[in-house]
Design a protein around this ligand. Structure first.
Ligand SMILES: [Zn+2]
Length: 155
């Protein structure tokens, strides 16, 4: 059985909140999540990563577009990259694209569905709800003290 994970991450991959701000955001996310529905336990994890970590959308990934030449990037290239960095994270997001060899940031690739990079993450497991809307994200951002985005993974 697969899991549906809705994650909120800061828009800046290196940014981390302090404990107070993170707890404030967590309380809000809990309030925005219906809780136990149809006997499914909703679990919310809050993680501070030592290094910049990929927040991948798992099986929801359809396509990765190159921001430089607009070509599709082989998702296997991305899969290999995730595997190579799954333990130590990413010391840098600077990369050369496999399509045109251009220099860019991994964070700037056009992921469909969205993927991201972060050193802090609030992950809602099997949220029993759809994406957070703009107003909800803005409220979480205010609680956290930094703009946020969301990644929805099937794992
Ligand atoms: Zn390219």
């Amino acid at each position: 059985m697969s899991d549906d994970v809705l994650s909120i991450i800061p828009t800046d991959a290196g940014w981390q909140p302090d404990r107070t701000a993170a707890d404030r955001a967590l309380v809000l996310v809990e309030r925005l999540t219906p809780g136990v529905v149809d006997g499914v336990d909703v679990e919310i994890d809050m993680t501070w990563h030592d290094a910049v970590t990929a927040v991948d959308c798992g099986d929801n990934l359809q396509r990765i577009g190159c921001p430089l030449c607009r070509a599709s990037i082989d998702t296997q290239w991305w899969g290999d990259l995730l595997e190579a960095h799954c333990d130590d994270g990413f010391a840098t997001l600077a990369t050369k694209t496999p399509c045109c060899g251009g220099a860019t940031s991994l964070d700037a690739l056009d992921y469909d569905w969205p993927c991201g990079f972060a050193r802090f993450e609030i992950a809602v497991w099997n949220p029993e709800r759809l994406w957070f809307d703009d107003a909800e994200l803005a409220a979480v951002a205010e609680a956290l003290g930094h703009a946020v985005r969301q990644v929805r993974a099937r794992v």
